[in-house]
Each structure stands twice: as C-alpha cells, then as structure tokens.
Design a protein around this ligand. Structure first.
Ligand code: GDP
Ligand code: IMO
Ligand code: MG
Length: 422
C-alpha cells in the first residue's frame, strides 16, 4: 500500500489537526514527519478542545498507530505535558505511539538561544514560537545534535553536558535575556523518564514493513508550504521542509510510495509571525476575518494576520507538493460576508504585473483581486456540494478552475464531522 500526505498549503493553521483526526480511521498508521512543538493542531473530541504539538492527530482513533518521525524535533518537557493531557482519554497510548530513535531532542538551551537570537534581531525578528526549533535543526545539520536514541546510552549525561556547554558559549554573543536555566533544566530532566518509557525504535524499517504488508499510512504535515525553509518566504520561515518531499526524508519512505497528496487551505489566508503577506487586509475586513474565524494562535495565542485567499501563492504550493486533492477549510467564517475575494495578480514595485511568486515577496506593491458575491447564509450542516448556495459554489468553482485541482473536502466548522466529502 501507499503513503498519503496531508499538509498545509499556506502559512500554517489551515486546520490540519481536524482533518487528520477525521481521516485517521481510514489508515493503519499516522505519522508526523517534520517540525516540533511550534505546531499546534486543534481537535475536538467529544466537544473537548485538545491541542497537539508533537503527537500525531491520529491518536484518538482506535487501533491507529501513531509515529513521530526522524524529521521531527522533540522537546521532552512539552511532550510529557501532552502525554499527561491525553493519557486520561486514550488508555492504550503507549501501545499505539512510536518514536524514531533518530528524532532530535530540543534542549532547554535551544529555547534560550531561540529567545536570545530573536531578541537580538529587533525589528527583523522572525516571530518564532520560541520553542527552540531553529537552534535544534541547526545542531542537527551542524552534526552536534542529541537524538532520542542517545537517551539510552550510558554516557547520555556527558553528551548533554558537552552540548549545553557549547550552547552557553554561543549565547554569549547575544545581549542578555531572562531565562531560568536551572528551573527549565530540572523540568526537562524530570520529563526524560516518561520519554524513556515510550516505544523508541527504527521507524523506517517499521513503516516499510507495514507498506509491504499492504497497510496504509497517512503523513501529517506541520506548518505550511510558505514556511518551508527552501520554498517559503525566507528568512521568515521555519527550519524544516514542510512540503511533500519532507515526508521521504522525515520518515525514510521512498518517493514512489507516495500516492495521494491532500493539500489544505483556508477559504482565506492567515499568517502568524513576521514576513511578507501580499493579500493581507489591514483594515476592518481583516479584523472581521480574525473575529469570525477566531484567528488566534493555538501554540502562542498571538493574533493571526488575515487576508484574502491568494491564488498565486496557492498555485505555487500545489505545484511544489504535487497536490492531488484540495481541502478548503473555514468556509463558514465568511457566511455573513457581502463580498469575498481572491487575489490573482501581484503588481511589483517596478509596476510589473505577475502571477508567479517572485523571489522577494515583500516587493509586491499591490494585489489585484477577483470579487465574488457572498452567500450570506449559514452553510453549517449542509452535506453535499450541490446543496450549497449558488454563490458559495461559484467561489469554490473559481478556486478549482484557477488551480486546476479538485476540491475533495470542504470544512465548515471545527467539529470532526463538520465536513463535506466529494
Ligand atoms: P492546524 O495547525 O493546521 O491544525 O490548525 P489550528 O488548529 O492551529 O487552527 C485551526 C483552527 O480552526 C482551530 O481552532 C480549529 O478548531 C478551527 N477549524 C478547523 N476547521 C474549521 C472550519 O472549517 N471552520 C471553523 N470555523 N473552524 C475550523
Ligand atoms: P501549525 O503546524 C503557524 C511560524 C512562526 C514564525 C515562523 C518560525 O500549527 O500550522 P519557529 O517557531 O518555527 O521558529 O517559527 O513560523 N510558525 C507557524 N505558524 N502555524 C504553525 O504550525 C507554525 N509553526 C511555526 O509563527 O513566523
Ligand atoms: Mg496550528
């Protein structure tokens, strides 16, 4: 069998957690392949809101095995908190959660470096979630990192201390920031016991054996394509490959094993943190999207910047990821809008008009939009595309014809089943 992929096509927070939770019972295994606790994936289980940061969103489906891949970076402290939250709901969590021995560990000093380096950047700051993601991936590629498998080595303490020492030297270059290392280190050390009790193994053999046995795998992306370290709005990005290609390096599965790629996008756009965002709405309409969509970060609580759906950006993401199916979420947020719009051209600083993503997205002077009449009715509870108001269908048809990609899923609420499937 094959690996299907579900990933974000915008700047994250597209509703990946909800859709993975819905789809998970059609799969044998659900895997996270990149990112770390910078992610916040929201799910509603029996009306209870849960936010997952490291644990895959398939964990609430019986019999589904969940894997944390080698491409992920894991903070034992946040991971232990997540376990404590989920344990009362999922009784067999330890049987169904597997961690790669090659997953890199986020140390308290990684978070300290993140904070100090962001602080030193001043106005140029990335708007990082300050979870230590960048510094941890730096140590991975710099070949200094510690991995989950190292927790079982007899010299782990020595390995930890020498990496911490390197970090303390590195931090000296930045202006002072407040960070209680003693306290953070104590929490971190205490949470290692929980991590050591988990199933830690070679997930690459595990997953490839599953594929050979005819089992199905769903790879769950974190962040979004525009935050990809190579293809996003660099340097205002995260430090991993968030795209389909990241599935292969983040799990050790071959490109030929990938079948469907479900790309998920909101019916509008949001971004949290700094960096260019051409279709951003800085006046009332943006505020209205934020209010109606409750656009506040799942990890940091920060207000998300809001704007219209950007077709240039979306087509770029579809191209890079090889999207076979689109999932449009939060359609209900615009239920009461008189007009909804789609950005379909950029006017650059030099007055050139383009519909391709430029090298420097901040050189977009203004955008051209196509306007659509709003549907001005509640679409919640509608269970087929055909039953949607004509104006809503016009908007969705335009997305399909501009992107040349089929919308297979339409989400109209946060609940697991608030979804139209085509
Ligand atoms: P993720 O990071 O991609 O998993 O997304 P987040 O959980 O960070 O943010 C998405 C937010 O939108 C969450 O609060 C979800 O509960 C909510 N949500 C998901 N789909 C829908 C939808 O179709 N309509 C509405 N109104 N909310 C949704
Ligand atoms: P999910 O999986 C939205 C953003 C941060 C910042 C930039 C770099 O919930 O969609 P980092 O902490 O990686 O150094 O931050 O990336 N960012 C996200 N934005 N959703 C996320 O994850 C994000 N993870 C990181 O706001 O701008
Ligand atoms: Mg999120």
């Amino acid at each position: 069998m094959a690996v299907d992929v579900l990933l974000g096509l915008q700047w994250g927070d597209e509703g990946k957690g909800k859709i993975v939770d819905y789809l998970a019972n059609k799969y044998d295994v659900v895997c996270r392949f990149q990112g770390g606790p910078n992610a916040g994936h929201t799910l509603y289980i029996n009306d209870k809101k849960l936010v997952l940061h490291t644990i895959p969103s398939g964990v609430f489906r019986e019999n589904v095995i969940n894997v944390i891949g080698n491409g992920v970076v894991l903070d034992p402290t946040t991971f232990a908190k997540e376990l404590d939250n989920i344990n009362p709901i999922v009784s067999d969590l330890h049987d169904r959660l597997i961690i790669s021995e090659k997953t890199h560990l986020i140390l308290p000093t990684h978070r300290w470096i993140d904070l100090a380096s962001e602080n030193a950047k001043g106005k140029q700051k990335i708007g990082s979630t300050l979870r230590g993601i960048g510094p941890c991936y730096m140590d991975k590629t710099g070949r200094n990192g510690l991995r989950v498998g190292d927790l079982f080595r007899s010299n782990f303490e020595h390995l930890y201390k020498s990496l911490k020492e390197k970090h303390l030297q590195f931090i000296k270059q930045f202006p002072d920031v407040e960070f209680d290392l003693k306290d953070q280190e104590e929490n971190w050390m205490n949470s290692l016991a929980q991590l050591r009790q988990m199933q830690v193994k070679d997930i690459t053999y595990f997953l490839n054996k599953k594929l050979n046995e005819g089992k199905s795998i769903l790879a769950e992306g974190a962040q979004g394509t525009m935050l990809d370290v190579d293809f996003g709005t660099y340097p205002y990005v995260t430090s991993s490959n968030t795209i389909t290609a990241g599935v292969c390096t983040g799990l050790g599965v071959a490109p030929s094993s990938i079948n469907k790629v479900i790309g998920i996008a909101k019916a509008y756009c949001t971004r949290v943190g700094s960096g260019p965002f051409p279709s951003e709405l800085l006046e009332e309409t943006g505020d209205r999207l934020r209010k109606e969509g409750n656009e506040f970060g799942s990890t940091t609580g920060r207000a998300r910047r809001c704007g219209w759906l950007d077709m240039i950006q979306l087509k770029y993401s579809i191209m890079i990821n090889g999207v076979t199916d689109l999932c449009i979420t939060k359609m209900d947020v615009m239920n009461n809008f008189e007009t909804v719009s789609i950005t379909d051209a950029y006017v650059m600083d030099n007055n050139e008009v383009t519909n391709e993503l430029p090298y420097d997205l901040s050189a977009v002077k203004e955008v051209k939009n196509q306007d659509f009449q709003g549907w001005q009715s509640n679409i919640q509870g509608i269970n087929s595309f055909e039953a949607l108001p004509e104006q809503a269908r016009n908007f969705l048809n335009a997305i399909e014809s501009l992107s040349k990609t089929k919308i297979s899923y339409l989400s109209y609420g946060p609940g697991r089943d608030e979804l139209i499937i085509r």
